[in-house]
Design a protein around this ligand. Sequence first.
Ligand SMILES: O=C(O)CCC(=O)C(=O)O
Length: 301
Amino acid sequence: MQRTFDRPLTSDKYTLSSDPTRLGWLTPSNPTDPIDNLRDQFAEQGYLWLQGILDRDEVLAFRARYFESMRETGLLQDGSQAVDGLYGDGQVNQSKANKAKAELVRSAAYEAFCLSDEIWQLYEGLLGDAVYLHKRKLIRHVPPQTTIATGAHYDLVYLRGGTDSVCSSWIPIGDIPVEMGGLVYLENSHHIGREMEAEFSRKSAELPREEQISAYNKYMDKTGWLTKDLPTLADRTDSRWLMADYQAGDMVIHGAYTIHASTNNVDTQGRLRLSTDIRYQRLREEIDVRWNNHWSLDDML
Ligand SMILES: O=C(O)CCC(=O)C(=O)O
């Protein structure tokens, strides 16, 4: 893929190498492909980037709803259209923003969005069984020109109290070209994550159960992340970080061991990155009960 960047890709304070042995592109999938093919591709890659699985207009309508609900907090540029998600002057009333977000994650509109037919039916096909959507769902906005980034991790760390077949859906709510800091995936890392987790569980076997399943036990970083230093992790594992120009309507599914992170939003047009991440699993498998409540700022998960 031919694509040029004005500046190197960064995550937090780290600069990713542009060497083709360290940086590459996600492989796209067509959601209308036969489900057996998608299942094989998911098992092989540890992720599926399902382009255009959702209705773009519905995704954009939800983007408008989210930012409209944030308007009073000062998040948006005065007089701008909510759907554009243009960041204001940075004078955000954080307690109002937290309240608006806590309300939004409880809203029927958000629930319906996460339960779109296209999503749950895809999961039923992929997992070959009735599926369950975890109640705890996250929605995140990231202002432009900041170093706010998600460190490298795999999701099972936060969901150790249930099945390791749990899957995450990361859904861009609006276009998220590489410059806006979408998710990057460490190539073939579902094998690496599995080995890391085996090592963590060997070490933590002596801990009480509650601590064993905690993402923040004494063997883990205080964030549950493996590292913020993406370039060194790629060197250490001799792997590439895979990026993508995501569009509204796309959804990425990743497995519980697949290592991912985000890059910085350096959008020159001043747009906020908005995305949600939600988890599905087979209904009959063990559910991590700690995820049985709506997200809240202090849920410590
Ligand atoms: O959106 C992000 O920055 C993080 C999302 C994530 O870690 C996930 O979807 O599992």
